[in-house]
Write a protein of this length. Structure first.
Length: 267
């Protein structure tokens, strides 16, 4: 009984912290850095990247605040010992990681701080604690969940980079064709990550196969075309390559992960 209470208490502490970071932290960082980052992009002569910041940052800020609200709901659930608290916390955690990673990158390229690192790094730690301490899941679920979460972020970034290329190259067909598909693959990997942790039913494996194949379809042509043009490794390639690795893992090892008793779904 003491062990259960300790885990519940830790879950509540994590959820309260996540709520404060997601709601107050996101709003404070966004209002502090939104205009300076756009100004830095303009000063560097990158009107295209200024437009990316102008429209993508607010959307990610919305997701970050929503993640904070869900963290607050999870805190209430932990405090009142509701069975759904951990599940809501995991959803909030994945959303917070997605929304806080990309906003670190444009500022760093302009010699500004990684503005959302104070949100991303704690949520990465929360992810490990939620899976291994609050709920003692197997290590392979943690590792696969981390990798699929990275695939989610990289697929999203491929969509953002495609948007930038569309601006620079005035709507080049290859980037227009796959821009939205990369974002759909990111959504697929995000739902897969949550499903892997919470349920691990057969549908989660099917979704992962679909997300991996979709990112291969959308990301690999981008990587090949841009690598040939630049004569070097393309940053469009990590997303499809990681998706390929996960796809192969799901094909050859997935039956061990998804057809066993889910266990975590009911607690």
């Amino acid at each position: 009984m003491m062990r259960e209470r300790t885990h519940t208490t830790l879950g509540m502490v994590i959820a309260i912290t996540g709520a404060l970071l997601g709601i107050l932290g996101t709003l404070m960082l966004f209002t502090r850095w939104y205009e300076p980052v756009m100004a830095a992009e303009l000063a560097a002569g990158r009107e295209d990247e200024k437009l990316i910041v102008q429209y993508i940052f607010p959307a990610l800020s919305d997701i970050g605040v929503l993640a904070g609200v869900l963290w607050a709901v999870a805190a209430y659930g932990f405090g009142t010992r509701r069975s759904w608290a951990w599940s809501v916390g995991i959803i909030a955690n994945v959303m917070a990681l997605q929304s806080s990673f990309f906003p670190m990158i444009p500022p760093v390229t302009r010699d500004l701080p990684p503005i959302t690192a104070p949100i991303f790094i704690p949520n990465l730690i929360f992810f490990v604690l939620m899976l291994r301490v609050v709920r003692q899941l197997d290590w392979h679920i943690l590792i696969v969940g981390l990798l699929s979460g990275i695939a989610m972020v990289l697929s999203f970034m491929n969509g953002v980079a495609s948007t930038d290329k569309m601006i620079v190259h005035d709507g080049a067909a290859i980037f227009v064709a796959v821009q939205r598909l990369n974002w759909l693959a990111a959504v697929g990997w995000g739902v897969f990550t949550v499903g892997l942790i919470l349920q691990r039913g057969p549908w989660v494996r099917i979704l992962g196969l679909g997300a991996g194949l979709l990112e291969l379809t959308a990301g690999l042509p981008l990587g090949v075309v841009t690598a040939i043009e630049a004569g070097r490794f393309s940053m469009f390639l990590p997303a499809p390559l990681l998706s390929l690795a996960l796809l192969l893992a799901l094909l050859f090892y997935g039956s061990r992960w998804f057809y066993a008793s889910p266990g975590a779904a009911t607690a």
